[in-house]
Design a protein around this ligand. Sequence first.
Ligand SMILES: Cc1ncc(C[n+]2csc(CCOP(=O)(O)OP(=O)(O)O)c2C)c(N)n1
Length: 635
Amino acid sequence: MLIENIKSPQDLKSLSTEELNALAEEIRNVIIERVSINGGHLASNLGVVELTIALHYVFNSPEDKIVWDVGHQAYPHKLLTGRFPLFPTLRQYGGMSGFPKISESPHDAFGTGHSSTSISAALGIAEARDQKGENFKVIAVIGDGAMTSGLAFEGLNHAGHLKKDLIVILNDNEMSISPNVGAMSNYLSKVITSSFFQKFRKETKALLEGIPKIGESVAKIAQRAEGSLKGFFLPGGLFEDLGFTYVGPIDGHDIPLLIETLRGTKEIKEPVLIHTVTKKGKGYKFSEDDPCVYHGTGPFDTNMGVRQEGLKDNVDLEQKAPKSDPAYSDVFGNALIEIAEGDKRVVAVTAAMKEGTGLAKFAEAFPERLYDVGIAEPHAATFAAGLATQGLRPVVAIYSTFLQRAYDEIVHDICLQNLPVIFAIDRAGVVGEDGPTHQGVFDISFLRHIPNLVFMAPKDGEELNAMMKFAVNHNGPSAIRYPRGKTCMPSDNNNNRLSEIKLGKAEILAEGEDVVIIAAGNTVAPCVKAAELLKNDNINSCVVNIRFIKPLDEDLIISLCKRVKRIVTVEENMLAGGFGSAILECLNNASLHDVKVKRIGIGDEFVEHGAQGILRKKYGLDEEGIYKTAKEFLK
Ligand SMILES: Cc1ncc(C[n+]2csc(CCOP(=O)(O)OP(=O)(O)O)c2C)c(N)n1
């Protein structure tokens, strides 16, 4: 295999066009096979195989810096930069990350996982290069989905102003995870589908082939082209106006064309935007037909695809494997439909994550009440604030990690004005294989100090449903955090029948006088089980499902602590500023200085990638870990 001999991008440079095309085929097969075993991002990677080959053929990484946006499409880049032998460990605990990571390879110029950072980061790198008098190229590769974010435009705006030597490649496949949305997307579609494009593409190719010597800049080509193809550059006028030389659109699967275009633009010392058109999921029938389903997937059978019995409409296979308990996202989506049927005020907002957050069915039921705002979490929050001022009840569903983007909007636009916006915070806690960029372990710390916000965490799906109803009827901002995965509670626990949700009231799930175990959200279930293990050792635990991280049930906590002087708190969040810290503050305010508290959660470190079970074990968040910590604590 050719790929086995590619130890670094240098090894590409001696290959012929036929060999490069054969290599593309090999890379596709390697990726399809590995993702079918390990799970991961498939369609985005299959779409950039040729582009990645051309980039590494023309530029000299790691001296030249390639900055990937989101980073979910970096598998071909990893395979071409000496990581083919590591590929079997993709996304496994201790193995290769599914995203670019500075610490993993000098070829990973910038770490990422969240969208739309590439232009800003690349511009910073280019500016530093110039400050230091160095000489290399910087290339940002950004998708049309990522281009819907304000951050991408902040980068473009600044780059056009600084006039730096910077190449932005806009990889346009007309898809975000689902079809891309918004005016920008319409604009790009018009550019691609205009009758100009087909003609332009042919003539550009002819022009490029006619270049007498390699290295003639595309600027010159553009000048020449303008005479004969006047107006053909108008489609990219928006980028031209922002200070970029616009090149394209070009076929992003045509390796010779990509190589010639990149060689040409290499000579331009100012901001250039190359618009490539690619097919998401290219080269694998199933993912070409349904790139949304194959955006991110768990393991699957390569011959059958993921659409096996019971696995339909799956964007996150692990969540939707056909077992009895539904995923939290589905419980949320169904609950919202039920609520919206009876309450016209309720609308839903998603930031390009309709499928992942469980809103796809809602979109079908109420197409006019679902707003997909693109990858624009800050805008989603402030847009919802505007809706709420007019009496609507917007429910904004965002993954915990992406909500980090909207902190100021939550404080300034929503909570300060006490507006009834409901945040459904999906993937809160340890999320698993996507790693540190995606773990939802900060939201308790960055939300619980905001005045007016009511902050809940359900112990199971039934409670999530009830909390949604509570939140929609609450006259102020609220947030509900719930994890990636299935809803479940130990079925043999008699006390887990749902009691009424009352503002700031916790629920006691087990009585005991030796220790109080207080849990938030999905840590309730392992705490209940840990209490059963402790009982075998004659340790009687009082298990509290806190329900409200804010406001805390201070009366209950204080009265329990006056009796039982040992408290264990358990949360899937950072310990710093987390829910255990809230309990410490409560005890301190009540001058209960003789109560000993042991907090279980995430210490001062980022949570690496790996299966949820492995990570929970590592941090002592599973029933065994909670049991052991509590036992040790009581010694
Ligand atoms: C801030 C943020 N919000 C949401 C996501 C989830 N997400 C990952 S990829 C993606 C779509 C990206 O589309 P595009 O940039 O066009 O790349 P493609 O997958 O089509 O190649 C989304 C919404 C994210 N990574 N970061």
